[in-house]
Design a binder for this molecule. Structure first.
Ligand code: GLN
Length: 530
């Protein structure tokens, strides 16, 4: 069994608990350990799949098709591992499985209660993720004091008792606000938050203090004394220019020393040279480019988290600052696009803002502007091409016009082609989704083949609609080739009349890492720089 590091949060949310957890995971892995990481979300939704991106931010998709919290994206990017279904669960999921077991009679007539059954199910899920690992990091979503978080805190408290002090470590992230009029940092919210944690029976071993400015020795001592932790266990997390600096800043404070001592871990010195160089390129790049990002959820940029991170990865590897010009697809005009070196149309659901995206795609195609379309962005590229090049005026997706068939439901594709190879999931809402990683065969001689330098790639999906292959020949005769496919499904297209007009049905952003940027996003940005 692995050693456990539990990360809780206090005072308020959005302090960067996910980044802190991911940073510790990154450092432990770089120090030679086998590390897994899990996020336990106390909300009731079974998963975030049905939540509005404007409310909850992006839904991150794993290789095995889990729809997860966006923190899982940070975990994958910082840990450089592909995570799975077991790495994220919610109250909804926990209750669902307990109730299913109850219905099957597995509890042999017992009365089912929060303690021990719900808490036991939570602890069991954590133990499952800890199998065959050196360390499991568990982040508890929300903050101490949330009603729905209580069973999760009780579960980690019970694991603390079960495995003992030498195998479990509790880190608590809080806010140390700077009060301008007083010119002072205040530790009281941290003290209250730790008090709340103690009331539940958990004493933190480490305080990670998020603050605007450096804490200084005096404040560190005060936190150490009032929260009952050693002074080397007060770690500051000052607002950084880039989240990728956080592991480096933690490492400068020797965050792993007290953790390793407490858990009796043998660590080698982390080798962070390559990583450091890339972070330096994020902070001080020598080149610059600007791209138009035409989306409809731009009110909450977190809706596109993995994509904006993937753009940062590409930029760092190209020594380039990529400025994103956020353009609301409901309000876009051609003028908005004039000062951009490339145009990106990301994924999305529903008809709002479609016309604006089509306008941007037409502009890119007609003016040979580097273009990348993702998921809905690919579907709209086909609609735009059908309408304006092939002259099929009513070309559309059946998502927006029931009679249309340029883009149609995956169910139709499967029915027509009788292809049973295609793995899909049925959602309780009644839809069929393609979710998770799929193989995609890349056409030799295509631009995409140069980009990936491979005949076969795996990328992740999350969509219900597909390009209808009946138009394939017509597209290709007119220069729009299918450069990637999966069991007859159109996965990638490129317009051979343009220098860089590529669109993909999958989400390349989910597999991008700082040290391994996604090839198609990297090539797109490279083209924009040129
Ligand atoms: N709405 C489209 C579909 O369901 C595209 C989804 C997406 O962009 N992720 O197929």
């Amino acid at each position: 069994m692995a050693k456990f590091i539990f990360i809780t949060g206090g005072v308020l949310s959005s302090l960067g608990k996910g980044i802190a957890a991911a940073s510790i995971a990154n450092l432990l892995k770089e120090s030679g350990l086998k590390v897994n990481i899990l996020k336990a979300d106390p909300y009731i939704n079974v998963d975030p799949g049905t939540m509005s991106p404007l409310e909850h931010g992006e839904v991150f998709v794993t290789d095995d098709g889990a729809e997860t919290d966006l923190d899982l994206g940070h975990y994958e990017r910082f840990l450089d591992e592909n995570l799975k279904q077991v790495n994220n669960f919610t109250t909804g999921k926990v209750y669902q499985s307990v109730i299913e077991k109850e219905r099957r009679g597995e509890y042999l007539g017992q009365t089912i209660q929060v303690i021990p059954h719900i808490v036991g199910e939570i602890a069991q899920r954590m133990e499952n993720a800890a199998l065959n690992q050196d360390v499991l990091i568990v982040e508890i979503g929300g903050t101490v004091g949330d009603i729905e978080g209580l069973p999760f805190l009780e579960a980690i408290r019970s694991l603390g008792l079960k495995y003992g002090k030498q195998n479990t470590f509790f880190a608590h992230l809080t806010l140390v606000p700077f009060i301008k009029v007083a010119g002072e940092l205040k530790t009281k919210p941290t003290q209250h938050s730790v008090g709340e944690l103690r009331r539940i029976g958990i004493s933190p071993d480490m305080i990670i203090a998020r603050s605007e400015i450096a804490l200084g020795e005096e404040i560190k001592e005060k936190i150490a004394r009032s929260c009952g932790v050693e002074i080397d266990c007060v770690i500051e997390s000052i607002d950084a220019q880039s989240i990728y600096q956080i592991p480096l800043k933690f490492n400068e404070q020797n965050i792993l020393l007290p953790i390793a001592k407490h858990l009796n871990l043998k660590l080698k010195n982390p080798n962070l040279k390559n990583y450091e160089n890339l972070v330096e390129k994020i902070i001080n790049p020598s080149k610059k480019t600007k791209i138009a990002f035409v989306g409809k959820y731009i009110g909450l940029k977190e809706s596109y988290k993995s994509l904006t991170e993937a753009i940062i990865h590409a930029g760092a590897n190209l020594d380039t600052k990529v400025e994103i010009k956020w353009i609301d697809s409901e309000e876009i005009t051609i003028d908005d696009l004039q000062d951009c070196s490339g145009i990106l149309v990301p994924g999305g659901f529903g008809s709002r803002g479609i016309d604006g995206k089509l306008l941007a795609i037409k502009y890119a195609r007609e003016n040979n502007i580097p273009f990348l379309g993702i998921c809905l962005g690919m579907q709209l590229s086909l609609i735009e091409f059908s309408r304006n090049v092939l002259n099929i005026q009513d070309a559309n997706s059946s998502e927006f016009d029931e009679k249309a068939d340029t883009i149609y439901l995956i169910d139709n594709f499967i029915n027509q082609n009788g292809n049973q190879q295609i793995r899909t999931i049925k959602t309780p809402l009644g839809g069929t989704l393609r979710l998770g990683a799929y193989a995609c065969n890349i056409k030799k001689g295509s631009l995409l083949h140069k980009i990936y330098n491979s005949d076969l790639i795996y990328e992740r999906h999350r969509h219900r609609y597909e390009a209808n292959p009946k138009y394939r020949e017509l597209y290709e005769k007119n220069g729009l080739i299918i450069s990637g496919e999966s069991n007859g499904l159109i996965e990638c297209i490129e317009n051979t009349n343009n220098d860089f007009f590529v669109a993909v049905q999958y989400h390349p952003e989910f597999t991008s890492r700082l040290k391994k940027p996604n090839p198609v996003i990297l090539s797109f940005i490279e083209k924009c720089v040129k």
